[in-house]
Write a protein that binds this ligand. Structure first.
Ligand code: FE2
Length: 155
């Protein structure tokens, strides 16, 4: 048994930082969709996007503070974040059905980043893994809810 000070944090740090970058991207992209959505489903999607943004922001905070806890700096400046796999979206106003498709694609990619991180952290740092699992539980539930908007009720 070793204390946290005796662990080498350099293995899990880039994995955690990739999650921080992806979840920052998720929150920024969802705000963009939240502002620019137009159409009959405006109200429900506009409000739901903010719920996911809150999930992303609190998860980002947990992961960034875990980085600092293990003795590594957390990078949170947008222009210094590494390329994120979260898909880019178009500028300007968007129809609600397009917003839903973009939101599902963005959230799906973010979940993949976190899933990949979770499997890598499992053998290195179960405490960091546990934070990622907690974040995944909320985001995967939100992904189900977003996808449910797209699937016909008889499908
Ligand atoms: Fe708002």
């Amino acid at each position: 048994m070793t204390s946290i000070e005796q662990h080498d944090p350099t293995k899990q740090a880039p994995i955690l930082q990739s999650c921080v970058a992806a979840s920052i991207d998720l929150a920024l992209s969802f705000k963009h969709l939240h502002w620019n959505i137009r159409g009959p489903k405006f109200q429900s999607i506009h409000e739901f996007l903010d719920i996911v943004i809150d999930q992303a922001r609190s998860g980002t905070d947990e992961l960034a503070e875990r980085l600092v806890t293990i003795g590594m700096p957390a990078e949170g400046q947008r222009h210094k974040l590494q390329e994120s796999p979260v898909p880019q979206i178009e500028s300007g106003f968007m129809r609600d059905d397009i917003v839903l498709e973009r939101a599902v694609a963005i959230l799906d990619e973010t979940v993949k980043v976190l899933r990949d991180a979770q499997s890598k952290l499992a053998d290195i740092d179960p405490v960091s893994e546990d934070l990622v699992i907690g974040m995944l539980a909320g985001l995967e539930k939100s992904l189900w809810m977003l996808r449910s908007h797209l699937v016909p009720t008889d499908g």
